[in-house]
Design a protein around this ligand. Structure first.
Ligand code: EPZ
Length: 447
């Protein structure tokens, strides 16, 4: 298996970090869900719009957050961690410098710097965003938003360059339902003159959380969470103390791993309403889900029946839960169908599940899963964030040992995954294998 040397870790060295998981064990106990990745990666850049320092609580300790805080401080904002999950950002000292490729390429959320710098300075220079390789991920709807508000743009050397004399509210209809474009539209319109109406808006919980964050600073945003969002521009945004919502996808991921390991787990700090589509699908195959005010208890069973899953924009079944659900369905009796209607290439994890004995065939955007009695541990690699999560779900249920490489993908979006799993009784270790090329270089140097 060709494994590319990994990301330069926080320690600045190159390493092949991997998870080593001995599966087949029932888990038990309780786990507390962290703040929502896809909300916080929008809220932190949006803080640039604020005219005073603001405090954001319940932020997860994940690499995407680390990168965004690095970008903000390199741009001159004062960034102070008040505790492990709370940051104070004073954007008043921020300078409008370009957001470079080497930072922006590692995440999709770097596109939010376009909306926030345009919104505050009427100018933005940000590298084209990176993020998970899920197929074609253009930003045409983002650019449609910005030009509707009066901006012009050109792309040069991989940088998106925006400028506007004024930002004037307008009516914007999205040709495609886009979380990122909706978020960028809200951010860019927050201080535009007059009324902006966004139609065919995304309704994900993190869109609502961003709108609530901006409104807590004095913005005037109505309708977030529906198809039509109205933003009346304001001149000034005062400071705020805002707490990020719990992560719907992290909670859903723990629900699927409880199901896959036939465990009984209490998942705390969740908003059960956000988990509805996942709860429904798991219940349908034979999992028991008990709902409380801010927790769900998931009780797995020995036999699951097959089902069909089709990803849809919220409140449909989340595309970010598609790989994890497929991992559960690999051992559900009968034939399951998983249809990915949001992205055109979100089945790259299937090859890795096949290495563990899964029986899956993929035709375009449909995966057909024939249930098998059980999976077997194998060396596999994470191809993106949620694919890595799916491999963890599979490895925990499989007989034997699984090594999951390229776990930097997982650490972009899951806080302390191995610690949380170990607290539930999972046999998981994070092993830091030196990169062979680096080791050879060091050896040559030493000789
Ligand atoms: C956000 O990505 C999330 N990322 C993704 O989560 C999530 O899968 C996705 O929304 C859908 O829910 C963040 O929030 C940082 P989109 P985003 O714009 O905004 C097409 C994870 O695992 N499109 O809603 O990039 C696009 O190609 C990540 O946490 C255009 O055609 O998703 C896709 O097919 C993965 N033009 C569809 O729309 C555009 O201008 C939905 O994309 C924008 C999008």
């Amino acid at each position: 298996m060709n494994r590319v040397p990994l990301l330069v870790g926080a320690r600045g060295c190159v390493s092949l970090e991997k998870y080593v998981i001995r599966g087949g064990k029932k888990l038990n106990g309780e786990v507390v869900i962290s703040g929502a990745k896809n909300a916080v990666v929008a809220i932190l850049p949006a803080a640039i719009l604020c005219d005073e320092p603001c405090v954001i609580e319940n932020i997860p300790n994940i690499s995407d957050v680390t990168i965004i805080l690095q970008i903000l401080s390199e741009m001159g904002a004062k960034v102070r961690m008040i505790n492990k999950t709370t940051v104070e950002i004073d954007p008043t000292t921020l300078r409008n410098v370009p957001v470079p490729y080497e930072k922006a390429k590692r995440m999709r959320a770097s596109s939010y710097f376009l909306g926030t710098l345009l919104g505050r300075f009427h100018e933005a220079h940000v590298s084209m965003p990176g993020g998970c390789d899920l197929g074609d991920r253009p930003i045409d709807q983002h650019l449609k938003c910005f030009t509707a508000l009066g901006a012009t743009y050109y792309i040069d050397g991989g940088m998106v360059n925006l400028s506007a004399d004024h930002l004037i509210g307008n009516q914007i209809y999205f040709d495609k339902n886009s979380v990122g474009a909706t978020i960028n539209g809200i951010i860019a319109a927050t201080k535009a003159e007059g009324l902006t109406i966004i139609e065919n808006a995304a309704k994900e919980p993190h869109v609502v959380d961003l709108a609530n964050f901006l409104n807590s600073m004095g913005a005037d945003i109505l309708g977030a969470g529906t198809d039509v969002i109205k933003i009346r521009g304001v001149k000034y945004l005062h400071g705020t103390n805002y707490s990020v919502i719990p992560d719907q996808i992290e909670a859903g991921t723990f629900m699927t791993l409880a199901a896959a390991t036939r465990s009984n787990i209490l998942i705390k700090n969740v908003i059960p309403k956000h988990l509805e589509p996942i709860t429904q699908k798991l219940t349908k195959i034979g999992v028991t889900v008990e709902q409380f005010d801010d927790a769900v208890r998931v009780i797995g069973s020995d036999n699951y029946t097959s089902t069909s899953v089709k990803t849809q924009p919220h409140p449909g079944f989340p595309t970010d839960m598609q790989p994890q659900m497929a991992a559960v369905l690999t051992c559900a009796k009968g034939t399951s169908m998983v249809t990915e209607s949001i992205f055109d290439n979100r089945f790259r994890y299937v090859d890795e599940l096949r290495r563990m004995g899964a029986n899956i065939s993929v035709e375009g955007r449909v995966a057909v899963i024939e249930g098998v009695d059980g999976l077997k541990g194998a060396p596999v690699k994470a191809t993106d964030l949620r694919a890595g999560a799916a491999l963890i779900v599979a490895a925990l249920s499989a007989e034997g040992t699984t090594e999951i490489y390229d776990i930097y993908h997982v650490e972009r979006g899951y806080e302390n995954m191995e610690l949380k799993l170990r607290s539930l009784g999972a046999d998981i270790k994070k092993v830091d294998e030196p990169d062979p090329a680096e080791a050879e270089k060091a050896l040559r140097k030493a000789l």
